[in-house]
Design a protein around this ligand. Structure first.
Ligand code: UD1
Ligand code: CA
Length: 475
């Protein structure tokens, strides 16, 4: 940590509390590392903090600290987040105290986010920060819940002003009936937080230092302001059921966004990660999964059951059902599947056809080339207008290393051919069906490796006769 903290233009710092184990996940992995729509949980508050231009961003980590820190660096780069260790989880108040120590003498507004509350919008958080600044007060997010069980309840005085928050485990019967809950997200002046968290006591049902105790302190001091948020937006993730239900909400939002200009045949069944882009007039079938940096081009059609990861689909391309592709590039107007498997490094040019039960890996196919049936193309460069017959296999691996096959423009590869790499088939060369190609084929030549065909007349009758006699003499 550097001794001089960078001063942000808008004077906003962010503390992210993410030290807990997540006991109710019953997992070997820290809750913060569980992916929510492909992104580790702990990254969500970091993304919000970055959107608000908060700096510094301090994450309080504890359980599996090293792994969580590694995941944050992988996603946000080194130095984006300052990590503070909370070796023992003594409560949210203790976590904030440690986080504040990392801010040193920094002054301004501090936004406190939880690592397990991922759906908060930028608008809501902006409103919260504004509220705190306008009143010089502690601003808290609250929500009305039909079932407030498990959450801290917001206690208001006879004039409707917030007097404090009481935790579920400490609440009286009357307090338990309060349906306004604390979302656990706050904005407050740094000076107030320092002073209020310095004197917290663990005298409560959980023996923890509750951050929520600062609310009563603010009520009799700088004042408490609140911003209302929907139940959906404040949803926290404590168990796997909530993880999946929040993932569904997030996915519905993302699909809803793209649905404005693309058709989803059955939107509820589709999974689309936030990093995906879908251009206008695209058509997405049921049970499609789009992950990572996948882009679907204008008017492309992705039929039922396709699973695409980091794959670029060109305009007007068609992916027939159950195509699986990763780190691949599919050219405009190409036609792929059903049941095609495009592995990393596949590049299909415009109007290429790759049909059923075709597997490709590090394979480049030029404009208009076709491999329509039952084929493996690995470490292969194919020119334009090439026809690869059914059952063609590039033998790219000799048990030690991968080797390359090159098929030049206009070549024709007959069915059931093995191309033993390294090997090159010249322009417009023709490989006859059933060939095993072990040397380069010259431009325009015919390559044929067929054993001579022999016919034995009357064979079927002779065999039938032999077996008929045997049956007659059976004991
Ligand atoms: C907290 C609030 C509660 C609120 C609820 C909203 C307190 C005392 N209670 O309860 O009023 O309704 O959130 O979701 O604050 N953490 C640490 N270090 C710790 C303890 C927790 O970093 O020592 C982190 C956790 O990893 C988690 C967050 O703080 O991300 C919240 O902790 P959690 O134990 O889930 O608090 P709740 O019981 O849900
Ligand atoms: Ca929680």
């Amino acid at each position: 940590m550097s001794s001089s903290q960078p001063k942000a233009k808008n004077n906003l710092a962010c503390l992210i509390l993410a030290a807990g184990k997540g006991t109710r996940m019953y997992s070997k992995r820290a809750k913060m590392l569980h992916p929510l729509l492909g992104v580790p949980l702990a990254s969500y508050p970091v993304e919000r903090a970055l959107e608000l231009h908060a700096s510094p961003i301090v994450a309080v980590l504890g359980y599996q600290r090293a792994e969580v820190e590694k995941a944050l660096i992988a996603r946000h780069g080194q130095g984006t987040v300052t990590v503070v260790e909370q070796a023992e989880q003594k409560g949210t108040g203790h976590a904030v105290r440690l986080g504040l120590a990392a801010l040193q003498r920094w002054e301004g507004t501090v936004l406190i986010l939880y690592g397990d509350v991922p759906l908060l919008s930028r608008e809501t958080l902006t409103a919260l920060v504004k509220r705190s600044r306008a009143k010089g007060a502690l601003a808290i997010l609250t929500a009305e819940l039909a079932d407030p069980h498990g959450y801290g309840r917001v206690v208001r005085d006879s004039r409707g002003r917030i007097a404090g928050v009481v935790e579920d485990k400490d609440a009286s019967e009357d307090e338990c009936r309060i349906t306004e809950v604390n979302a656990g997200i706050y904005a407050a002046p740094a000076a107030f937080l320092r002073q209020a968290t310095a004197r917290l006591s663990p005298r409560n049902a959980q023996g923890e230092l509750y951050l929520t105790d600062i609310i009563a302190k603010a009520a009799t001091g700088i004042g408490v302001a609140s911003v209302k948020v929907s139940a959906e937006e404040m949803a926290g993730i404590n168990d796997r059921q909530q993880l999946v239900s929040v993932e569904k909400t997030l996915c519905r939002r993302i699909v809803g966004h793209w649905m404005k200009h693309a058709t989803f045949r059955d939107p509820e069944t589709v999974l689309v990660e936030a990093s995906v882009t879908i251009d206008e007039d695209a058509e997405i079938g049921r049970n499609v999964v789009l992950r990572g940096r996948t882009r679907i081009g204008t008017g492309a059609r992705i039929d039922a059951g396709c699973i695409l990861t980091d794959t670029d689909v060109g305009a007007g391309a068609t992916l027939l059902p159950y195509t699986v592709a990763a780190q691949s590039c599919i050219g405009p107007g190409a036609k792929v599947g059903p049941f095609a498997h495009l592995r990393p490094g596949t590049e299909l040019g415009p109007d290429v056809h790759v049909g059923n039960y075709v597997e490709t890996k590090k394979a480049r196919l030029g404009r208009g080339s076709k491999a329509n049936h039952l084929t493996y193309l690995g470490d292969t460069i194919i020119g334009e207008g090439v026809n690869v017959g059914a059952g063609t296999i590039t033998c790219n691996y000799n048990g030690y290393e991968k080797r390359q096959t090159i098929i030049e423009d206009g070549a024709f590869i007959g069915s059931d051919t093995q191309l033993v790499a390294p090997v090159r088939v010249g322009k417009r060369a023709v490989v006859a069906a059933g060939a095993t190609i072990t040397e380069d084929i010259r431009e325009g030549a015919l390559a044929i490796t067929r054993a001579p065909l022999k016919q034995v007349d009357g064979y079927a009758d002779r065999v039938a006769e032999r077996y008929a006699n045997k049956a007659a003499t059976k004991p």
